[in-house]
Design a protein around this ligand. Structure first.
Ligand code: 3YE
Length: 201
């Protein structure tokens, strides 16, 4: 069984979806650690309730991005972590950290990449006037939101949607797509190839 760490900054609804899915043996993994860069993140309470170890590491306590990432890496080592999930974790990761965890770290983004990288995927979709949106689970590489794609889930943009209502629908899709992607990774069905493209086994 692979040991998974989930990195969060907020309420942790995607963390909850991963916790719920991990109870299924076929997932091939267990969530062994939750790290938050915000002390008040509600996701910490979710982890505690599920009996998962938690660690708060505040990026403001470190002089540089590299040193914050090194502190996280130390925790990941301490807990013998194999795989990392970014679930609403709002920090850009340093090149060293992304290289070290290459092929072992995934993120969920609230848009159908490669469209609408960066902040506020739902607002970007509303502004662009597209009629479908969704979410993307991708490998994390140094270039933000540019890594190889494991899973995408589509949702419609409904008449009258604003960024909030679309965001909620996208989050529903994330709760399905993220556990699916973690299962693909944890069971070895998907690996990241040398050319940074997905290899299906
Ligand atoms: N880092 C790399 N590659 C990736 N982090 C995430 C995905 C991903 C990654 O694919 N290298 C928003 C980050 C966007 C932002 O600008 N954050 C600021 C701080 C803002 C704050 O603390 O509230 C920053 O300096 O990091 C995860 C998703 C990143 C979301």
């Amino acid at each position: 069984k692979k040991r998974v760490a989930v990195l969060i900054s907020g309420s942790g609804t995607n963390l909850q979806a991963l916790i719920d899915a991990s109870n299924d043996r076929s997932m091939g993994c267990e969530i062994a650690l939750v790290i938050s860069n915000k002390a008040k993140a509600f996701g910490i309470e979710r982890a505690k309730k599920a009996g998962i170890a938690t660690k708060v590491l505040c990026h403001k306590d470190y002089p540089s991005r590299e040193e914050f990432d090194a502190a996280m890496d130390e925790e990941l080592s301490k807990f013998n972590i194999d795989l990392v999930c970014l679930a609403g974790f709002m920090r850009i990761l340093s090149k060293d950290f992304t290289m070290k965890w290459r092929g072992k770290m995934i993120n969920v983004h609230p848009a159908l990449l490669p469209l609408f990288r960066g902040m506020d995927g739902a607002q970007q979709a509303i502004d662009a006037g597209v009629r479908i949106s969704g979410c993307t689970v991708h490998f994390v590489e140094a270039d933000v939101d540019a890594g190889a794609i494991l899973v995408q889930e589509v949702v419609p943009v409904e008449v009258g949607d604003d960024a909030d209502s679309l965001q909620k629908r996208i989050q529903g899709a994330e709760h399905k797509a993220f556990p699916q992607a973690l299962k693909l990774l944890a069971t070895g069905k998907v690996v990241l190839g040398e050319n940074n493209k997905i290899v299906w086994n």
